[in-house]
Design a protein around this ligand. Structure first.
Ligand code: NAI
Ligand code: A1CAB
Length: 276
């Protein structure tokens, strides 16, 4: 019988993305289990990913070496209180992907200073192109850090951050970030349709342009600003478009948006650390 290596608590969007990425990396479905109280969700996870999806958070938990907390921050206190006794007894490595829930708060809810790694992934993890920030509580030893890193590296690029507070910035940039780029894609596609392009042409040209720009920015030794300049002919079309962005202070807007997301993570941390 294959040992369960990773147990997900909560099987929503982020858990499904991580599980899909892990399976694409070579983990077998038998090495992964997930628990979720929603029967429809369990059905989807089992059908789409082939992993065992359980109704109970406690069933089979003792088998898993690593627990990944994937519930909403607002559910976390209740879920941790339920898991606490088992975690104290079997000492799995606890990895939390929850935004705005600090290591200290998780430990308090679990009932002791157990090793906790905070990971902030994003949904492109499902295609093994995630961007992930990691931070470990002082209780995590080298083996625990290595284990967490190995799991998350399977689904994307991993960066350790020194201060736990930096996880709030990671949340605002790469955790939430796919939504910002999707919004830009949605609006560019819509603009293309308004300019008269046929819907499928608008969709494909927008997506391929996003992919091409991201690939160029990743692979070039030049920063995005240089790549942008090379698209912008003096007196040409791009210059006109960029002037509209500048007039609306797009840079200031993006900075404000990122700050708002970071501040919400800080606010959640404060509210949850003060809760029972
Ligand atoms: N969605 C994203 O892009 C990202 C999400 N996160 C974090 O991941 C966590 C989960 O977010 P999503 O997957 O988006 O939410 P979601 O709402 O899609 O998933 C949460 C799941 O938890 C389940 N659940 C509810 N009560 C439960 C309980 N008592 N025990 C076990 N499972 C329970 C729900 O049925 C649901 O399937 C959050 O803490 C979020 O901050 C982190 C990075 C990115
Ligand atoms: O919106 C949220 O709160 C979660 C955390 C990062 C992405 N989604």
């Amino acid at each position: 019988m294959t040992t369960v290596k990773i147990r997900f608590i909560g099987g929503g969007n982020m858990a499904a993305s991580l599980i899909a990425g892990l399976i694409a990396d070579g983990y077998t479905p038998a090495e992964i289990q997930v628990s979720d109280p929603d029967p429809e969700r369990r059905q989807v996870l089992q059908a789409a990913l082939g992993v065992r999806a359980l109704a109970s958070n406690l069933e089979g938990l003792a088998e898993a070496g690593t627990l990944v907390l994937c519930v909403k921050p607002q559910m976390a206190a209740m879920v941790c209180a339920e898991l606490g006794p088992m975690v104290s007894e079997h000492c799995p490595l606890v990895v939390s992907v929850m935004a705005g829930v600090t290591e200290r708060t998780i430990q308090r809810w679990l009932g002791g200073p157990v090793p906790v790694v905070r990971a902030m992934p994003n949904t492109p993890a499902m295609l093994q192109t995630g961007a992930i920030g990691l931070h470990a509580s002082p209780e995590v030893d080298a083996e625990g850090r290595n284990r967490a890193e190995t799991i998350l590296r399977a689904v994307g690029l991993v960066r350790w951050v020194e201060d736990e507070a930096a996880i709030d910035a990671v949340t605002a940039i790469s955790g939430s970030g796919p939504a910002y780029f999707f919004l830009l894609m949605e609006t560019l596609e819509q603009a293309a349709i308004e300019l008269g392009l046929e819907a499928e042409t608008a969709r494909l040209l927008t997506l391929q342009t996003a992919l091409g720009a991201a690939k160029m920015a990743m692979e070039s030794t030049d920063p995005p600003a240089r790549l942008r300049e090379r698209v912008t002919s003096p007196g040409g079309t791009t210059e006109r478009a960029l002037a509209v962005f500048a007039e609306a202070n797009l840079r200031g807007l993006v900075e404000r948006a990122a700050r708002a997301a970071r501040d919400r993570a800080v606010e959640l941390s404060r509210i949850l650390s003060e809760s029972a």
